[in-house]
Design a protein. Structure first.
Length: 507
C-alpha cells in the first residue's frame, strides 16, 4: 500500500485568522489508517482551531482537506459526523438524566408500530458497547449514575455508532480519569486502532503520549513545528519543540532582574504548607517574599493555573494552609483575597478578565470598586483620575478612557487588566499568562513592569508557557508536572535544567 493510500486524512496548507489573531498559518497534518496520532502544543498553539476546521465548526481561509481519498470541507459537526469524523470532547456533552441506551441512540432510536422500540434500543446499545469497547453495563440505567470513565466510553460509543466513524478525535479524554480508567480507555483506543480507525488524541500528559501514540504532531503559535515518530523523539526533545524559543533580548532583562533581586526581603509574605485540592493540584509548600518574582514552569495541564486559583481563592483547598503576612487565611475567596491586597490577572482575559461592553475606565476601576463595596461608590472624577493615571503608566493605546475595551488590541486589553489590579495597590500579584497573544514589544514592556513592581516591594507569581520568559523574569522558579510540584530552583538556572525537570524520567 502506498503512503497516500495509508493516509485516511491529509490537511494541507490550513490557515485561519480571527480579528487580530492568526490562529493557523499554513498547517499540515496527516493521519494514517489504524493510527493513534497525538496532537500537542501549549495553549494558543492552534490545536482546537485545527480540529474545528476539520469538523466544520470553523471554515478555513485557505488550504485543502482530503479524507478517505476525496477532497472535503465539513459544513458543520453534523456534516462531519455523516462523513465519518467524530469528536469526543473533554467535557462530556451527553444527557445524564437519560439512560445509557438513550444517549447512544439519541436521534436514531428504532421504532415499531410508530413508537420507540425500547427493548430493541437497549439491545442495540448493549451490543454496541460490548462489540466496540468491551464494556458490559446496564444500559437502562441513567448515564449520570455511572462514573466519568463510563460516561466517556458511552460518548465514544455514540460517536462510533452514529457515524460509523473512520476518524475519532479525542480531546483531553483522560483529564478526569484515574490510572485504571485511563488504562481501560487506552485498551479501547488500541482496539479501535487495530480495526482501522484513525485516532487523533489531544492530551497534555507527556507520559500518556509515549504510552499510546504512534506519531506526534507539534503545533506552536499557530504553526506546524513538525511531525515525529513517537519512538524517535525524547521527552526532553518533545518539550523543547512545544515550548520553542522567543526572540526577546536577554542582556537587558538580566541586568534589570539582577538589580531588582537586591530588593527581595527576608521575611515571607506568603507561606503555603501542604496546600492542595484533590483532582487539581497535589499538596505543595511555597514561600514568597516581598520584592520577589517566583515563576511557575510546566506544560499545559501541569497545575500552574490551578495553583493560582487556589492561592487567590477561586478554588477552596481541601488540605493544608496558606498564610499572608503571618496570618492564616480562613476566607478562601476572591473578595477575601482582594481585601488582603492579593490580585490575580487571569489566564483567559476574555472569559475571566475583560468585560467587553464596559469602557476602559469602567474595566480599570472594577476591582477597586468591588473592594470598597457598591455602596461606597467611586465618583466619576476619581474614576477618571485613576484610569488616566494607569493609561499613562502602562502606555495603553486608547483614544480615551471612555473607549469600549472590546475595541482595543489584545495587548492593550491585557494592559487594562493589569491596570485594574495595580489600581488596588496589591502586595501580591498573581499573573497567569499575562503576555499570551500579544506582540513581542508589549511582552517586553510587561516583563519589565513585573520586575519594576518587584523593586517597589511587591511580590509576584509569574506563569507563562514560554520557558525563556519565565527564566528572564523570575528570581526563583517552581516546576510543576502533572499537577504536582516536582522541583524548585533559585538563582541562575539554565533552560535545559528546567526542561529536564518538566520532562521527568526518560523512557
Amino acid at each position: 500500500m502506498s503512503e497516500s493510500d495509508q493516509n485516511i486524512l491529509v490537511m494541507e496548507g490550513i490557515s485561519k485568522a480571527f480579528p487580530g489573531v492568526q490562529a493557523l498559518d499554513d498547517v499540515h497534518l496527516t493521519l494514517k489508517r489504524g493510527e493513534i496520532l497525538c496532537l500537542v502544543g501549549e495553549n494558543g498553539a492552534g490545536k482546537s482551531t485545527l480540529m474545528k476546521v476539520l469538523t466544520g465548526v470553523d471554515q478555513p481561509d485557505s488550504g485543502k482537506i482530503t479524507f478517505d481519498g476525496r477532497e472535503i470541507q465539513a459544513k458543520s459537526p453534523q456534516h462531519a459526523q455523516s462523513l465519518g469524523i467524530s469528536t469526543v470532547y473533554q467535557e462530556i456533552n451527553l444527557c445524564p438524566n437519560l439512560t445509557v441506551a438513550e444517549n447512544i441512540l439519541l436521534g436514531r432510536e428504532p421504532h415499531k408500530a410508530g413508537r420507540i422500540d425500547w427493548a430493541k434500543m437497549n439491545v442495540l446499545a448493549q451490543e454496541t458497547l460490548q462489540r466496540l469497547l468491551g464494556v458490559d453495563i446496564d444500559v437502562a440505567q441513567p448515564l449520570g449514575s455511572y462514573t466519568v470513565a463510563i460516561q466517556q466510553m458511552v460518548a465514544i460509543a455514540r460517536a462510533l455508532y452514529i457515524a460509523s466513524a473512520k476518524i475519532l478525535i479525542l480531546d483531553e479524554p483522560t483529564s478526569s480519569l484515574d490510572v485504571n480508567e485511563t488504562a481501560h480507555l487506552f485498551d479501547v483506543m488500541r482496539k479501535l486502532k487495530n480495526e482501522g480507525v484513525g485516532i487523533i488524541f489531544i492530551t497534555h500528559f507527556i507520559g500518556q503520549i509515549y504510552e499510546v501514540s504512534n506519531r506526534i504532531t507539534v503545533l506552536r503559535n499557530g504553526k506546524l513545528v513538525g511531525t515525529y515518530e513517537t519512538a524517535s523523539i525524547t521527552r526532553v526533545g518533545l518539550i523543547s519543540k512545544m515550548i520553542g524559543r522567543s526572540l526577546a533580548e536577554f542582556d537587558e532583562m538580566s541586568k534589570i532582574k539582577l538589580e531588582s533581586s537586591k530588593h527581595i526581603r527576608s521575611d515571607a509574605l506568603l507561606q503555603a504548607r501542604e496546600l492542595g485540592l484533590t483532582g487539581s493540584i497535589q499538596p505543595f509548600d511555597l514561600d514568597l517574599h516581598a520584592g520577589e518574582v517566583v515563576g511557575l514552569a510546566g506544560l499545559l495541564g501541569s497545575g500552574r493555573t490551578e495553583t493560582a486559583s487556589i492561592l487567590f481563592g477561586v478554588e477552596k483547598p481541601d488540605s493544608g494552609s496558606v498564610s499572608i503576612n503571618g496570618a492564616v487565611v480562613q476566607d478562601h475567596s476572591p473578595l477575601g483575597s482582594i481585601k488582603r491586597r492579593v490580585a490575580l490577572c487571569p489566564e483567559d482575559r476574555k472569559a475571566s478578565g475583560i468585560v467587553d461592553d464596559l469602557t476602559v475606565r469602567e474595566n480599570i476601576v472594577l476591582a477597586m470598586q468591588a473592594n470598597l463595596g457598591w455602596f461606597n461608590y467611586l465618583s466619576l472624577k476619581t474614576q477618571y483620575e485613576i484610569a488616566d493615571r494607569y493609561i499613562k503608566l502602562l502606555n495603553i493605546a486608547t483614544p480615551s478612557a471612555d473607549q469600549p475595551v472590546k475595541n482595543l488590541s489584545g495587548g492593550n486589553q491585557q494592559k487594562v487588566i493589569l491596570a485594574r489590579w495595580l489600581a488596588t495597590n496589591p502586595q501580591l500579584l498573581i499573573l497567569d499568562e499575562p503576555t499570551r497573544g500579544i506582540d513581542v514589544g508589549t511582552k517586553a514592556e510587561i516583563q519589565k513592569l513585573v520586575l519594576s513592581l518587584a523593586e517597589e516591594g511587591k511580590a509576584c507569581i509569574f506563569i507563562s508557557s514560554e520557558l525563556e520568559e519565565v527564566l528572564r523574569t523570575s528570581h526563583r522558579i517552581v516546576v510543576l508536572r502533572e499537577r504536582e510540584k516536582v522541583a524548585e530552583f533559585s538563582g541562575e538556572v539554565d533552560e535545559n535544567t528546567i526542561i529536564h525537570a518538566i520532562a521527568g524520567s526518560e523512557s
